[in-house]
Design a binder for this molecule. Structure first.
Ligand code: EPU
Length: 417
């Protein structure tokens, strides 16, 4: 299994390009199931999760062709069995995103229940509740969600909590339903807006995406489209935090500051100078970062996907930061690994008190999930000596060419077996 070796202590300096967003790409790929025509997606990141989704769609009969490295054409002309098997869903929870489109297009779907994962229980009851309200018959048989509906019908759906993939699944299903669906308490994440824009380009009638009420007027058929995927706001945030931790100066081309205001605010509070324009974001960190306190919440609040990276930043900052995680119940596993590097972190329930130390020391640590692994990279970049990060397949799920990008910025980083 691959490991990353990072020699800490190098300031990040220079320019890199931000990739297309993983969490936008995954639902967008599933949207191809809604039409018999070709959906062309551009700015697709090269990531393990994207490959897994392509394999899953391929198994269902979607024709996949890749172009010039960053574009993918998906044509769901003749679909086979509308089945998402356990082996694929267990490696990537986002596979649940095929449920809504399959049911809407084929009238049936069998999707493995995702089960628990490292960061929490993550049930999919809201996806099931919403589809049931749209008239689907849903049972759970031998670990599979078995859904049937000759034709879904529009409904008013109020989700119990804000759920990103839940909103996306229901929005896609509603596109081909009979009548109008209203999703209340909808997720306002930019990835939901990106999906809605693509669905509308495919002939759907979606209004209100980006607000907490989304209205979808069902249509009888959808057609092909070309859509360019939004930049990855979490990759952007991760590189900005890495640069801030190393007191660096970077420019992230293609990054969009309007997608991560809460993160930029916290970086400014930590002492970073940030300039944003239409072409990207520049950050300059003149000295030791100051601790910041934060509380994760649904968009436009501070994203849970940036919590781990900020914990690494607070670990070497001046002062004490209090971090509260409100989205996932078990998303502090990086704290133990950061402690192995010398961080002073006290966890009580969903709150972490991080007392900044003058320096971390390299050690062997283990990545436990995608964003946890990103926080270990940030910590390793500033630690004295060498850090070995094991299980970096977690990192490969969500960060395109991370070693190349960090090397280009001056980090000493290499992958070994
Ligand atoms: N929840 C339920 N029932 C449901 C759905 C959600 O109880 O039916 C709970 C979850 O357990 C969680 C909360 O609601 O406590 C929010 O979960 P949400 O459904 O919003 O998460 P998700 O859609 O499964 C997406 C991202 C995650 C990101 C979260 C929160 C994708 C593919 N994944 O997950 O990304 O952390 O939203 O913003 O979009 C990552 O990229 O590292 C990652 C984990």
């Amino acid at each position: 299994m691959d490991k990353l070796l990072i020699q800490g202590g190098h300031r990040l300096q220079g320019e890199v390009r931000i990739s297309g967003a993983k969490n936008a790409a995954l639902p967008l790929m599933c949207a191809s199931l809604l039409s018999t025509d070709t959906l062309r997606l551009e700015n697709v990141p090269h990531l393990m999760d994207i490959t897994t989704m392509l394999r899953l769609l391929g198994c269902m009969g979607v024709e996949v062709s890749m172009h010039d490295g960053m574009s993918v054409e998906l044509r769901a002309h003749g679909l086979g069995a509308p089945l998402a098997p356990y082996d694929m869903v267990k490696t990537m929870r986002a596979s649940i995103l095929v449920l809504g489109p399959l049911l809407a297009r084929c009238g049936e779907a069998r999707v493995s229940l995702p089960g628990g994962c490292a960061i929490g229980l993550r049930p999919v009851d809201q996806h099931i509740k919403g589809l049931t309200q749209m008239g689907a018959q849903i049972t759970v048989e031998q670990g599979y969600i078995v859904a049937r509906a000759a034709r879904l019908r529009g409904a008013r759906i109020l989700t119990d909590m804000v759920t990103v993939t839940g909103t996306e699944n229901l929005m896609m299903a509603a596109c081909l339903a009979d009548g109008t669906t209203i999703i209340e308490n909808a997720a306002r994440e930019p990835e939901v807006v990106d999906l809605a824009n693509c669905l509308n380009a495919m002939g759907a009638r979606v209004r209100g995406a980006g607000s907490d009420v989304i209205t979808i007027e069902g249509v009888s058929a959808m057609h092909g489209a070309t859509h360019s995927i939004m930049p990855d706001r979490i990759e952007t945030g991760t590189f900005l935090v890495a640069a801030a931790a190393t007191r660096g100066q970077v420019r992230l081309q293609g990054a969009d500051a309007t997608l991560l205001e809460a993160v930029l605010d916290k970086l400014r509070e930590a002492g970073a100078n940030i300039q944003a324009d239409a072409g990207g974001i520049s950050l300059d960190m003149p000295g030791r970062p100051r601790s910041v306190g934060l509380r994760t919440s649904p968009y436009p609040g501070f994203p849970t996907d940036m919590q781990a990276q900020f914990m690494a930043l607070d670990a070497i900052a001046e002062g004490t930061g209090v971090i509260t995680e409100t989205i996932f119940e078990n998303r502090f596993m990086h704290a133990l690994e950061l402690q192995r590097l010398g961080a002073d972190i006290e966890i009580s329930g969903n709150t972490a008190v991080v007392r900044g130390v003058p320096a971390l020391q390299g050690a062997t640590v283990m990545a436990t999930d995608l964003r946890a692994s990103a926080s270990l990279v940030v910590a390793a970049l500033v630690a004295q000596g060498e850090t070995c990060i094991e299980r970096i397949y977690h990192l490969d799920r969500g960060y395109e060419s991370i070693e190349e990008k960090l090397s280009r910025l001056g980090a000493s980083i290499r992958r070994v077996q």
